[in-house]
Write a protein that binds this ligand. Structure first.
Ligand code: C5P
Length: 244
């Protein structure tokens, strides 16, 4: 199992506008290691936001969830890596050729500028459950769908997967001790669930084998984001580590 300090396992999702992202980065500097830039912030602020956060000393997960034809995804992954992002996401549902194209794009950026962006594959969104999967024609159990998509992406050469905490243990044993297993859908006990479905607490997610947990609104919408971050880090610190 990767030996990572608790505070470096938490990726704070900045799903907000530019001004608030800058404010949150200031509040979290010195405590958080990772920030996540998703579509909301990236489409508003562009690649400059990644550079800004990197200059402040953060690691950046650029969660653009690439999903298009392989040619487009290769180019998108290259451009995204050239921002200097440390981690980039691609949708497994685009198929093995598309995930391989994303890996090629990341490698092209590495050759061009020496940036080494790691790639993680989204399996099934944590906002989806059996019912919403059935609505789009996927009838098999969520766990089976996640395992199948993770296997496809792993063979295509990703560094890890994004799944819900409920599938983290299965992913850890299928992908081995070094794989990144990133789990959104994390909610400290008592906090708002909102649109998430397949959730667990931070401690449960890490105990199950998550290398990193993504936490957005429980931190960013709290009255004291820095204190909310530290409380979650303490919960993770106290959680038992899996033997894997
Ligand atoms: O606010 P909250 O903690 O629900 O934010 C979760 C974050 O994780 C969001 O930025 C969302 O885009 C992301 N995410 C997710 N499910 C996935 C992949 C990413 O919720 N499978």
């Amino acid at each position: 199992m990767l030996d990572i300090p608790a505070s470096e396992r938490i990726i704070v999702a900045l799903d907000c506008d530019h001004g608030r992202a800058v404010e949150l980065a200031g509040l979290l500097k010195g405590r958080a290691t990772w920030l996540k830039v998703g579509m909301t912030l990236y489409y508003a602020s562009g690649p400059a936001i990644v550079e800004y956060l990197k200059d402040l000393g953060f690691k950046v997960f650029l969660d653009l969830k690439l999903h298009d034809i392989p040619h487009q995804v290769r180019g998108a992954a290259e451009s995204a890596s050239l921002t200097g992002a440390d981690l980039l996401s691609v949708h497994s549902l685009g198929g093995a050729d598309m995930v391989r194209a994303a890996r090629e794009g990341v490698q092209a950026a590495a050759l061009e500028r020496g940036v080494r962006t790691k790639l993680v594959a989204i399996t099934v969104l944590t906002s989806m459950d059996a019912e919403s999967l059935a609505q789009v024609g996927i009838e098999r159990p969520v766990g089976e769908e996640v395992a199948s998509l993770a296997g496809l992406s792993h063979e295509a050469g990703v560094d890890g997967v994004v799944c819900s905490p409920r599938e983290a243990a299965a992913m850890r044993s299928a992908l081995g001790p070094k794989a990144l297993v990133v789990t959104p859908g994390v909610r400290p006990a008592g906090s708002e669930v909102a649109d998430q479905r397949r959730i667990a607490t931070p401690a449960e997610a890490v105990a199950a084998g998550a290398s990193h947990i993504v936490v957005g609104r429980p931190i960013t919408q709290s009255d004291d984001p820095a204190a909310a971050f530290s409380a979650i880090a303490h919960q993770v610190e106290a959680s038992p580590r899996p033997g894997a």
